[in-house]
Structures are given as structure tokens and as C-alpha cells.
Design a protein around this ligand. Structure first.
Ligand code: PMV
Length: 354
């Protein structure tokens, strides 16, 4: 990958908006520096996104220290500092210019900070895109086709799933034998054709628990080390990834539902059986799942759910069932959401420079 050779400007800024993503096949378990134990695949989202302005100013002396200010909605956020420091330190070998600048990172999310929706994927992706953009501007002979790859590579160093928040609508992360271009180092646009059934696919995020994450991703991934079911889980994820390809091509929504829900429940099963163990679903999560199953059976509508490492429920369904699913949410599910809140989103096409 290209490296910026000569830094021509002393100051400047750029702004990127990066979306969140929801994994269909989950990444849970990592090795070395943010490398996945198994390949994963996600839908890129549209509305849930982070917008970040990165302003840079050359330091008087190029010390080794990483130097930045971080603001969320214009307010300084000291508690974000450790995560961003780790990210910038990891990125330094690939972007040596980082040590020459003082950065101001001004960020805002399209979703409320207190929604329990993790902003690390979209946040790290937006910051990585800004840094990759600086490098692109200053590097002679930069190959445009390398840009997304580099941004995804960098985003991964901040938060694994962030590497799937650069492109859309479907992103694969992880080396798959026989799939050209797939890599553990960065995400790529899923190369297989996606059936029109998935165009405009909806993701309504039911906010069951808006509190802070109960288990950090770092701790959660760590729990897969020495986990008694780890090997079987990594094999299962790889098999799901293999199986979901033809399903996405054919638009078989029954098979899609089965893989996606089994993935979600497997992720939680891993947490329920690790040492120490965690129960991240809430009673309302289970109530919603039961009602989704009942609705699917009785209405013959391919509504399915998936979960992240928390209690919130993502409802996935085809666009043309939106009215009926929304009526179902309003009538039956909203009472299980904290303060009746949910976020309406849909499949998106990736990050944008603003
Ligand atoms: O990117 P991290 O380290 O926060 O891990 C994310 C893990 C899950 O969201 C639970 C699954 C996934 O693949 O996104």
C-alpha cells in the first residue's frame, strides 16, 4: 500500500460520513492485531452514521507523542481518548505522518449517544477515512482503487467491525478460500450478485436497553480465547458464510432468516458459555423474538431478527412489507422498547466525503 512521502501542507481539514453496519454472519473472536477468527458479512446501514471532521495542524516539533483533541457534538470527550490513542498508535506504522500533526477530531452521530447503539464502527470508519484521505491528497501516484482498501485496513485497527463500514451494500471481511481479494486485513464489497429482494432491505432497531454496553467488545472477543466451543463456532461461521452466498443470490428469504437468526443466537450462546459468562439479552429481547416468530408464522411475512452484543433487536425485512411490519411494531413491539424508542434504517451504500 502507498505511503505518503512528502507532507506538503501545514494545516487543513476534511469531513467524512461513515455508516454503521449490521453483521449477518458475526465476527466474535480475534487474534493478533484485530484479525478475525472467522470471516463475517454485513449489511451496510444508511441512516445510522457518524460524521467526522478531522482538522490537522503541523506541530512545531515532530515528537513521538500522539496529539489530538476529541469532541462529540462540540463537547470535549476525554473518555474517548484511550480508544483513539490506541487506534492512532496502531495506525502510525502505516501513516507515519500522524506524529507530525496535532489533530482535532470533531464528531457527531445521527443517532442519540444514549441509544445503546455502538458508534465505534461508524466512528472509527469515519476517522480512518479522514486519515486515508490526507494520505491520498499528499501521495503522488496514489492508486484510487487502493483508497477503500486502505481506509478499511485502518478502520479495522480501531474497531474490527469498522472495516465493514466503508462500502456497501454488503461487505465481507475475512479470507475465504477461493474468493479472490478477500482478506483478514480489510473488508471488501461482497463480490456475488445480490438478489433484488434485498434492495432497500429494512433494519428497524428496537432499543430494548439504551444503557452503556455491559461487555466491551475487547473483553468479549477475549472470552473466545480458550472458550470450550470456540473451534466449533469459528467453523459454524465459515459454513454460514459459504451458505449465505447462494441465498443472497437467489433471494431465498426463508434460508436467509434461518442463517441470520442462528448467527445471532450463536453469538449470544458464546457469551452465555464463556468464562466468566454473560447474559446480554433482557426479558424484553426474548418477548420480541417470540412475537417475531409468531408474526412470521401467522402472517407469512419474512421478518427476521438479529442481535449485536447487547439487548437491542434489529428487525430485518423487505421494503415492500414496511407498512405491515411497522403496524406490527407499533401494535405489539413498541411496549418492549425503552421509552418506546426505535430507529428506522435500511441497507446503504457506504461512506461519503462531505
Ligand atoms: O468491532 P467490534 O470489536 O466492536 O466487534 C463487533 C462484534 C459484533 O458486533 C458483535 C459482531 C459483528 O460482526 O459486528
Amino acid at each position: 500500500m502507498a505511503h505518503a512521502s512528502s507532507m506538503e501542507r501545514d494545516e487543513g481539514s476534511c469531513v467524512w460520513r461513515a455508516p454503521s453496519n449490521i453483521a449477518l454472519v458475526k465476527y466474535w473472536g480475534k487474534r493478533k492485531e484485530q484479525l478475525p477468527r472467522n470471516p463475517s458479512l454485513s449489511f451496510t446501514l444508511d441512516a445510522a452514521a457518524t460524521t467526522t471532521r478531522l482538522t490537522y495542524r503541523k506541530k512545531e516539533l515532530a515528537e513521538d507523542a500522539i496529539s489530538f483533541d476529541i469532541l462529540l457534538d462540540r463537547l470535549p470527550q476525554e473518555h474517548f481518548r484511550p480508544k483513539i490513542t490506541t487506534f492512532l498508535k496502531r495506525a502510525l506504522p502505516y501513516l507515519p505522518f500522524i506524529r507530525e500533526f496535532h489533530f482535532t477530531v470533531e464528531t457527531s452521530n445521527s443517532f442519540p449517544h444514549s441509544s445503546g447503539i455502538a458508534s465505534s464502527a461508524s466512528g472509527m470508519a469515519a476517522l480512518a477515512l479522514c486519515l486515508a484521505d490526507m494520505e491520498r491528497e499528499w501521495t503522488t501516484g496514489y492508486r484510487e482503487e487502493d483508497f477503500n482498501k486502505k481506509a478499511s485496513f485502518l478502520a479495522r485497527l480501531g474497531s474490527g467491525s469498522a472495516c465493514r463500514s466503508i462500502e456497501g451494500p454488503l461487505v465481507l471481511w475475512g479470507k475465504i478460500p477461493g474468493m479472490q481479494g478477500s482478506s483478514d486485513l480489510y473488508g471488501m464489497r461482497y463480490p456475488l450478485e445480490m438478489h433484488t429482494a434485498f434492495e432497500g432491505y429494512r433494519d428497524t432497531i428496537l432499543l430494548v436497553d439504551k444503557g452503556k454496553k455491559k461487555v466491551s467488545s475487547t473483553l468479549g472477543h477475549g472470552l473466545m480465547e480458550g472458550h470450550p466451543f470456540a473451534a466449533a463456532r469459528f467453523t459454524q461461521a465459515s459454513k454460514h458464510l459459504e451458505a449465505i452466498g447462494p441465498v443472497l443470490e437467489s433471494g431465498d428469504l426463508e434460508a436467509f432468516t434461518e442463517i441470520v437468526e442462528r448467527e445471532a443466537l450463536s453469538l449470544h450462546a458464546m457469551m452465555m458459555t464463556s468464562q466468566p459468562y454473560f447474559l446480554l439479552m433482557k426479558p424484553n429481547t426474548i418477548q420480541i423474538i417470540e412475537l417475531v416468530w409468531e408474526f412470521r408464522r401467522s402472517e407469512k411475512i419474512p421478518l427476521c431478527f438479529t442481535l449485536d452484543a447487547g439487548a437491542n433487536v434489529h428487525l430485518l425485512y423487505p421494503e415492500h412489507f414496511s407498512d405491515r411490519v411497522n403496524a406490527f411494531i407499533q401494535g405489539y413491539l413498541v411496549e418492549y422498547c425503552e421509552e418506546g424508542q426505535y430507529i428506522c434504517d435500511q441497507i446503504g451504500f457506504g461512506a461519503k466525503k462531505m
